[in-house]
Design a protein around this ligand. Structure first.
Ligand code: NDP
Length: 793
């Protein structure tokens, strides 16, 4: 043991271990194994046990059972039984439980921090200063939402029983992110921790017993992917919330397609860390430490692709290499360590294999000159140089403490590189020039953007991804909405199948029966377009007679329409005021032609009250015009000296599939909120009453809606819906068709994990503003981007 005098000479760190005796004693008492936590009690552990290993020491620290379908059943039954009473409690009563959880976590912060460190391998510095304080903050924040839920979310109700599946990188924090909002909103929970890191969830269950949470409100079932699949697929689960890899997210999307379960997915990322030449380089270097070397790089939103402007690149990488030399890797319970163990030997092998791939593809790996402990799953931090976007390591999550690097010249090039990924979880932007920083924040496709900072989290700040990083948000108001439902989502009777099945006919462009008064084309890119296949179908009216022909669009037409929509990017950039003007103009033009629309609707036989339908459509256009510059984001109260903005960003191109009922009103009730917020749409009009689309495009043409913003297709609803669902350039899809169609759309959308919204074949009363109009439509037409801007010296 060196003396203090020696240390003063060398300035070496001495060992500073955090005591784990309390946790060891706790573990010793539970050495035989910990059971599931079902209906307020721990089950007997049984024989089929998973060993839980401390990845830093390789010691077995505990055992948990592998949940069977019977265990999952029991947990879901308990959650279902507890639901009515829990949901019926007043917000105040639920708030008291959440508050008690927060208080008890705080009282035991040290215990939880040590247990988490031993289970996961992350450093005590991080569990003590980041994970556990954020867990407490999350429960406090949601105690507040429980209190306010009736005031702040009128008409909403709990979703029901929530199945929640969490990963191993932030075990207790991910539990808090899932459980707190679910309980605040009045739901009950069945949660599965990752089999690698179940220990803090067990301690949390004990805490729930202490505070007297009613039995069955939270149930914890241990196990692996199979157990997770049994939870997600359980028929009596109403919502699935998953955090983990994009691959498993996709599996779950397909597994529960068509079930009507609400789904939120928080998936992988390959987040850019962008350093402009006017950045504070030393600050940015510290940023990298917090971006990719935080939590051993096992962070979904890690800044894992460092992009540096050319003029400062050499200097930046030199500084980074210098800083990397000072990192300390070792015993995670030592308070002086920067980097602990990765979660398991298996994860270490995965990381190492990817590092080898990076080198084999021609990149250079710069590794910190650290001596790694002989035992345990330790990985030296580093960064690649010489990586290109095409390299595997630039595209795939390494999920270890190693970043890739690239350089760029212009802001535009930085945006292109930043967005050159299938993910869109987070981004860091470093610049002392606020104009450039905010411009980048606006142009990067990511759910969270940190300016001059990284990995900042708060319970009030929504977190979640764009693109293949998933959908749904955790935290704040948006996070609460993931755990609430509207009565309109559940109401309607089953929708009948379309009355008309298109019969293929050549597209003649002229009426071939005397009573046919219209031959409708498609409307693509602001122009009328003949269907690609040259086919049309005869439309039958009220009297059972043919009343016209409509274009029979095919996959190629969908692709053309999506391409046209993709080009109309200007629409998202104009002000809400401009969009409002255009929507008012559309309403005005519709109003001028109300008699003609009413007559056409009446002739179609689709609308018993045709005049009323036209009138309501005009009113709806006014309502969404009014909303175009009012459906605001917010500045949320997070940390001091930070402005945290939540911005409602349009998706880009949305697919819309309209139902047969109220063909004009329903079609525009779907299109208007989407375009009011700046999206472009490819809309499929009613299959049975498609001629209304032809009249509509005449109105669109005269309403200053730029070409490509609204594209209208007619034809076989589900054929077109499938193509939209499979199309990678369609970012979100709304589908109002049949139950089977909804299942098809959800399964087919798993490709690019687009956000989908479906009524599962249930009729909606489009005339009722509570069902056919409202903020929910607007909320579903955008994705929240959270931008963090620290201020002060
Ligand atoms: P997974 O996505 O497999 O695990 C996340 C959670 O899902 C765990 O609880 C897991 O169970 C469970 N699970 C696995 N398969 C299914 C299924 N079919 N249905 C329901 N639940 C399931 O991540 P891994 O642990 O395998 O890690 C692999 C890679 O994924 C990492 O290297 C990293 O790149 C990425 N990852 C990303 C995370 C993120 O937050 N973005 C988090 C974790 C991993 P169990 O682990 O118990 O088997």
């Amino acid at each position: 043991m060196p003396s203090i005098k020696d240390i003063m000479q060398t300035m070496e760190y001495g060992p500073a271990p955090e005591s784990n005796s309390e946790v060891r004693a706790w573990l010793d008492q539970r050495a035989a194994g910990l059971g599931h936590f079902i209906n307020g009690k721990f089950t007997a552990p049984g024989d089929d046990l998973i060993e839980v290993v401390n990845p830093a020491t390789e010691e077995v620290m505990g055992r948990v059972p592998k949940g069977s379908t019977a265990d999952v059943d029991a947990a879901v039954r308990a959650a279902r039984a507890a639901l009515p009473k829990w949901a019926a409690l007043s917000g105040f009563e639920r708030a008291r439980y959440l508050y008690a959880i927060a208080r008890h976590i705080q009282k035991r912060e040290r215990f939880f921090a040590v247990l988490e460190t031993m289970d996961n391998g992350k450093t005590i510095r991080e569990t003590r200063d980041i994970d556990i304080p954020l867990v407490a903050r999350h429960f406090y924040h949601h105690a507040g939402w429980a209190e306010l839920v009736d005031d702040e979310f009128p008409d909403h109700m709990p979703v029901g029983v929530c199945g929640q599946i969490i990963p191993w990188n932030f075990p207790l924090l991910m539990l808090a992110w899932k459980v707190a909002p679910a309980l605040a909103a009045g739901n009950t929970v069945v949660l599965k921790p990752a089999d690698l890191t179940p220990m803090t969830a067990c301690a949390f269950a004990e805490l729930l017993m202490e505070i007297g949470l009613p039995a069955g409100v939270v149930n914890i079932v241990h196990g692996d992917g199979e157990t997770g699949a049994a939870i997600a697929g359980h028929a009596d689960i109403d919502k699935v919330a998953f955090t983990g890899s994009t691959d498993v997210g996709r599996v779950i999307r397909r597994q529960i397609a068509g079930s009507g379960k609400k789904l939120s997915l928080e998936l992988g990322g390959k987040s850019p860390f962008i350093v402009l030449e006017d950045a504070d380089l030393d600050g940015a270097v510290e940023g990298v430490v917090d971006a990719i070397w935080f939590n051993q790089g096992e962070v979904c939103c890690a800044g894992s692709r460092i992009l540096v402007q050319e003029g400062v690149a050499r200097r930046f990488f030199e500084k980074l290499a210098q800083r990397m030399k000072t990192l300390r890797v070792g015993d995670p319970l030592d308070k002086t360590m920067d980097i602990g163990a990765v979660v398991s030997k298996k994860q270490l092998s995965r990381i190492k294999a990817l590092l080898e791939t990076g080198k084999a593809e021609g990149a250079t790996l710069n590794v910190a000159p650290v001596e790694l402990p002989k035992r345990g799953a330790f990985c030296a931090p580093g960064f690649f140089t010489g990586t290109a976007s095409s390299h595997t390591v630039s595209q795939v999550e390494i999920f270890g403490p190693v970043a890739t690097t690239q350089t760029f010249r212009t802001l535009g090039e930085a945006v292109t590189l930043a967005n050159d990924t299938r993910y869109g979880l987070a981004a860091s932007v470093w610049s002392e020039n606020v104009n450039r920083a905010i411009e980048l924040a606006a142009r990067v496709k990511a759910g969270v953007v940190w300016i001059n900072g990284t990995n900042m989290f708060d319970a009030a700040a929504p977190f979640g991804g764009y693109r293949e990083s998933g959908f749904g948000r955790e935290g704040g108001r948006s996070g609460m909405l993931e755990y609430l439902a509207l009565p309109a989502d559940r109401k309607g009777k089953p929708r009948p199948a379309p009355a008309l099945v298109p019969q293929v006919q050549p597209f003649t462009g002229k009426a071939d029966l005397p009573e046919i008064d219209i031959t409708a084309k498609l409307y693509i890119g602001g122009k009328q377009a003949r269907p690609d296949g040259g086919q049309s179908y005869t439309v039958i009216g009220k009297s059972g007679q043919a009343i016209g022909q409509a274009g029979l669009a095919n996959r190629k037409d969908v692709r053309n329409a999506v391409e046209a929509a993709g080009k109309a990017t200007g629409w998202g950039g104009v002000t809400g005021h401009n969009r409002a003007q255009v929507l008012y103009y559309l309403a005005e033009n519709l109003s001028q032609r109300r008699a003609e629309f009413a007559a056409a609707l009446a002739a179609s036989g689709a609308s018993p009250k045709a005049e009323e339908e036209v009138e309501l459509t005009i009113r709806r256009a006014f309502w969404y015009a009014a909303q175009a510059d009012k459906f605001d984001g917010a500045v949320t109260a997070t940390k001091s000296r930070h402005v945290t903005m939540t911005v409602n960003e349009p998706f880009g191109t949305m697919g819309i599939v309209a139902p047969d009922e109220a063909p004009l009103l329903s079609l525009l009730s779907l299109i208007l909120p989407a375009i009011a917020l700046g999206n472009r749409v490819v809309a499929v009009a009613s299959q049975s009453h498609p001629l209304i689309a032809a009249r509509l495009y005449q109105v669109l043409e005269t309403s200053d809606i730029p070409g490509g913003v609204v594209n209208l297709l007619t034809g076989e609803r589900d054929v077109l819906a499938r193509t939209l669902a499979e199309h990678d350039d369609v970012a979100a899809l709304w589908y109002c068709g049949s139950e089977e169609g909804a299942a098809m759309v959800e399964a087919a959308s798993a490709g690019n994990l687009k956000s989908t919204w479906s009524d599962y074949g249930k009729l909606r009363d489009w005339r009722d503003p509570k069902q056919g109009q409202g903020r929910e439509f607007l909320r579903r037409a955008c994705q929240v981007k959270t931008i963090w801007l620290p201020y002060g010296e």
